[in-house]
Design a protein around this ligand. Structure first.
Ligand code: ZN
Length: 133
């Protein structure tokens, strides 16, 4: 049996690498670099715990549970990255569009930049409200 086949057989039914594990790895990596200068025993223990958690999640057979953890992480992560994506898009579209929040459901709407007062219907909740641009 080839080595690759052995790896595939070993990993079958296991969680493997997901976004949360990738994030754990990067946190570990940053701590590792930081600890080159700080040489702290507490950081070293934290690194060890991170590696243990990483391996546990990687090899875990309870995929349902691991996916739920990953979804929870992604929810927070997407909120964080979504903010920066919105700022980037606002800057990119600053000459042609404006971004406004729906008064009813707080959804962000991208509206063409036409000066004056307009009535807008939110595509998410279907309610109308007026916007001054
Ligand atoms: Zn709405």
């Amino acid at each position: 049996m080839k080595f690759q086949d052995k790896v595939i057989r070993f990993m079958y039914g296991r969680n493997g690498n997901d976004k949360l594990n990738q994030a754990l790895f990067w946190v570990y990596f940053v701590l590792l670099l930081l600890n080159i200068f700080l040489k702290s025993i507490i950081l070293w223990i934290l690194e060890l715990l991170l590696v243990a958690l990483y391996l546990f999640r990687f090899l875990s057979r309870n995929i349902y549970r691991r996916q739920r953890e990953n979804r929870g992480f992604l929810k927070v992560w997407n909120k964080f990255t979504g903010f920066f994506k919105l700022q980037k898009n606002k800057f990119r579209d600053r000459k042609t569009h404006v971004y406004r929040k729906c008064e009813h459901c707080r959804a962000v709407l991208r509206l063409p930049k036409k000066l004056g007062k307009h009535t807008v219907r939110c595509p998410q909740c279907g309610k109308t409200f007026s916007v001054k641009i």
